[in-house]
Ligand binder design. Structure first.
Ligand SMILES: Cc1ncc(COP(=O)(O)O)c(C=O)c1O
Length: 428
């Protein structure tokens, strides 16, 4: 753009004023990735509907990323909101313009409460699951003699965090080892119940493990904890936005999640649910300005200057999920992983780490691809076949992890299965 064109360009934009003028400019409109209509009929309309869902994402059609457990793409409605709100602040960062963002943030809190079926008083908007988990492990008053029980399959933010803070504050951490294949929900209920002693203060597990996709008996474990006077922290990073989670039903004391995973929100927004009944026991870890306006957020969420655009876009992500249908999203992701499991189980040499029982898994599938090098295979799949999946290194249930979501399709799963079959024959 020459200087004169550039001047004219901006003069034209700002002469008219307002975001409507901004978005009527084709350059901006293209960047804003405007939302498109969903095909009528919902999930019952089959692939036509799901194709219209996929069109709400800016991933090129030939690229198949099945890595939802790690990072999901934001949908067009989210990108649109993010850009609109970001530009609003950058065009006018005055306190007057920013004042309207605070009620908007509270609307996100309300939407999160509805989504998780709890009250806005119990919702803290964080940056991500890691922060949410750490706000719990840093905020509880634990000391020498106290015990915390963790599941070995927890993420570092809910495992290393407890172990390191145990060293610092003197409490001990008891680990419940994972079993593979998933030994059944009853096994874990008994294992956790047996580990509880009069010194146990907290019990922590991941709703759906991000390692191999083991579904844990969340409601039962929270009940066992409650009955024994123990607090429960459920890491919901892999279940929030995938399963139709109701915290009213699960009744944890704490539940954490990230917008940028299965909810397909903007990056760096997360949630921490803190049950009304335990709020008095959780100290804030950060004291700063700009707290929330209702309930626990008034004293706990003064995290300083935030990116309101990201938090407002979080609401757009939840609204998009509701529009598609949460039950339909869960079913779609489950169906795709069932299709994948069925295909993998026919391939000689593959060891599947994920449970074959549908009630013990959801949409995360991990497997060892025979004698093939998992890293080389994942690279070949990406570079030659345009398929993006994750690798799992180390000795523990190593290999590949595939986590399809509602923007993926049966054709993409077939494409992955065909590519794997080829590499198993020819090598990578
Ligand atoms: C089970 C689990 N907990 C926590 C996290 C951390 O999420 P974030 O990086 O969004 O904080 C992850 C990320 O993969 C995860 O799988």
């Amino acid at each position: 753009m020459s200087t004169s064109v550039s001047r004219r360009h901006f003069a034209r934009l700002f002469a008219v004023g307002g975001s409507a003028a901004l978005f009527s400019d084709p350059t901006w409109a293209q960047q804003a990735a405007p939302a498109r209509a969903l095909a009528p009929g919902g999930a019952a309309a089959g692939e036509t509907f799901w194709k219209s869902v996929r069109d709400q994402f800016v991933m090129p059609p030939d690229l198949s990323v099945m890595n939802a457990a790690n990072l999901c793409p934001a949908s067009r409605p989210v990108l649109e909101t993010l850009q609109r709100e970001t530009q609003s602040v950058d065009r006018d960062p005055s306190p007057n313009n920013r004042a309207r963002l605070y009620p908007e943030k509270e609307n996100t809190r309300k939407a999160l409460a509805e989504f998780l079926r709890v009250t806005p008083d119990e919702i803290i908007i964080t940056r991500n699951t890691s922060e949410s988990n750490n706000l719990v492990s840093s905020g509880l008053d634990l000391k020498a003699g106290d015990e915390v029980i963790v599941h070995a399959d927890n993420h570092p933010s809910n495992l290393t965090a407890w172990r390191e803070k145990g060293k610092r504050f003197g409490f001990s951490v008891v680990t419940i080892e994972q079993k593979n294949p998933h030994p059944g929900q009853e096994y874990y209920v008994e294992a956790f119940a047996r580990a509880i002693t009069p010194r146990t203060r907290v019990l922590c597990f991941t709703h759906l493990s991000s390692t191999v996709g083991d579904l844990m008996p969340a409601k039962e474990l929270c009940r066992v904890a409650r009955e024994r006077g123990v607090l429960s922290l459920v890491d919901g990073a892999p279940s929030f936005g995938l399963l139709d989670v109701s915290l009213a039903d699960m009744q944890p004391d704490f539940y954490s999640g990230s917008a940028h995973k299965w909810p397909c929100g903007a990056r760096e927004s997360g949630v921490l649910f803190v049950n009304n009944t335990v709020q008095a026991r959780l100290w804030p870890s950060i004291y700063s300005a700009y707290p929330g306006a209702v309930g626990f957020s008034r004293t706990f969420e003064g995290f300083g200057q935030r990116d309101e655009a990201t938090m407002i876009a979080f609401r757009a992500a939840l609204a998009f999920q509701e529009k598609v249908g949460r039950a339909a999203i869960e079913q779609r992701a489950r169906d795709l992983s069932t299709q994948l499991m069925a295909g993998l189980s026919k391939m000689p040499g593959i060891t599947i780490w994920t449970s074959p029982a549908p009630e013990l898994r959801a949409a995360i599938v991990s497997f060892l691809p025979g004698t093939l090098d998992a890293n080389k295979l994942a690279t070949a799949l990406y570079e030659k076949d345009r398929i993006g999946i994750a690798t799992r290194g180390g000795q523990d249930r190593a290999g590949l992890r595939v986590s399809p979501h509602f923007y993926n399709s049966p054709a993409e799963v077939d494409r992955l299965l065909a590519a794997l079959t080829g590499y198993l024959k020819t090598g990578v």
